[in-house]
Design a protein around this ligand. Structure first.
Ligand SMILES: *Cc1c(COP(=O)(O)O)cnc(C)c1O
Length: 378
């Protein structure tokens, strides 16, 4: 076994794809302490800066662990209340908590489609959606990123009984938005169902932060299955699916990644409840975040830094070769700045990139420092 594993790791190393973990000693804020040194970080998904909000740290009455799965004795009033609040937040009948977004995606997809059905996935969809699709054993069709003609063609040629179109709302490595208006239209034409994973949209975009569906003014009739995560803009951990009462009931009965796992710690359910309130009340967080995005884009464009079509906190800079992305990442690190280098297979070959993410806790002066350092190292 070890000979085999060693050869696997050597291959990774030779291709410059070996991953290492950065170990820091501080809460998730733009300032990370590593070996006693403070670094300016542009890497987290804590878009609203809620991960270390003092109101979320209050110790709850349920203790830490849930001690059982939801269907045994792991489901507390805190979970229940949070589900109701998430349903209200997304303007849907019902919502169901999952331990992680990864598990939510596996659970929903395998409940909705089976061997003789078909799934239509954007080429840039998150890995958990691809894994859920594989696990369902349905036929998988992947269309080029946001290519509606290709999607229409695939739908027109499918004879499957049930067709499920699945897309990220905001694409996690590119920061752009799905063409939801057309996806919903095609779904109507070809009688397909639509599922949106809005891990990076919820809390961040749309007039009131309700995500990509709000942006397109789409409701439950258009997109019956909405998945959201609680570890990104909401700063905590966990995920949920929101939709009709029927959908949620079916998930409770059949989603294996819901049934056969320990319930989310109630202390986290309580923290998310607070987080939803704070995100609503402290509107300056979203406002400041969007000001920072515009500020960064203007400053970067002025210095000829190549940007992508993204109005979200995800601002990638494509560098192409893996070696280049790593070299730039290291040079920034030497200047006290952390920006993750994203390499294949997370992104397609030849599109290795820096993935800059912005948070409401960043300040303009920190963006200036990032841009100046980028100019130097690029
Ligand atoms: C982060 C992410 C997930 C996984 O959510 P976790 O709660 O971290 O497991 C799923 N889909 C997308 C698009 C994501 O960005």
């Amino acid at each position: 076994m070890h000979t085999y594993l060693k050869s696997l790791l050597e291959q990774r190393q030779q291709a410059n794809l070996y991953r290492t973990r950065l170990t820091h000693d501080s809460p998730q804020t733009p300032n990370l302490v590593i070996d006693g040194q403070t670094y300016l970080s542009f890497c987290s998904n804590d878009y609203l800066g809620l991960a270390n909000h003092p109101a979320l740290l209050q110790q709850g009455k349920y203790g830490v662990g849930s001690g059982a799965s939801h269907l045994v004795t792991g489901h507390t009033q805190a979970h229940h209340a949070l589900e109701k609040e998430l349903a209200a937040y997304t303007k849907r009948e019902s919502a169901l908590l999952f331990s992680t977004g990864y598990m939510a995606n596996l659970g929903v997809i395998t409940t909705l489609v089976k061997r003789h059905d078909a799934i239509f996935l954007d080429k840039l969809n998150h890995a958990s959606l691809v894994d859920g699709a594989l696990l369902s054993r349905a036929q998988i069709h992947r269309y080029p990123h946001n290519d509606m003609q290709a999607l229409a063609h695939l739908l027109a040629n499918s004879k499957a009984q049930h067709k499920l179109i699945i897309t990220d709302g905001i694409f996690s490595m590119d920061g752009d938005i799905a063409d939801l208006a057309n996806i919903v239209q095609l779904a109507k034409t070809y009688q397909a169902w639509v599922m949106v994973d809005d891990a990076h949209g919820l809390g961040v975009i749309g007039k009131t932060g309700r995500g990509s569906l709000e942006m397109y003014d789409l409701g439950e009739d258009d997109v019956p299955v909405l998945m959201g995560t609680l570890g990104k803009a909401f700063g905590v951990f966990g995920a949920f699916v929101a939709g009709s009462q029927l959908l949620i009931e079916a998930l409770i009965q059949s989603a294996r990644s819901y049934i056969y796992t320990t319930a989310l710690p109630p202390v986290l359910a309580e923290a998310v409840r607070t987080s939803l309130i704070v995100a609503e009340k402290e509107t300056w967080r979203r406002q400041h975040l969007h000001e920072l995005i515009a500020y960064f884009r203007t400053a970067a464009a002025k210095r000829q830094i190549p940007l992508m079509e993204s109005f979200t906190p995800i601002q990638p800079i494509i560098l192409g070769e893996t070696e280049k992305a790593l070299a730039v990442n290291r040079a920034l690190y030497e200047r006290g700045i952390i920006v993750t280098a994203i390499r294949p297979p997370t992104v397609p070959q030849g599109t290795a990139r820096l993935r800059i993410t912005l948070s409401a806790l960043h300040q303009q002066a920190q963006i200036d420092r990032l841009v100046e350092s980028l100019v130097e190292v690029l």
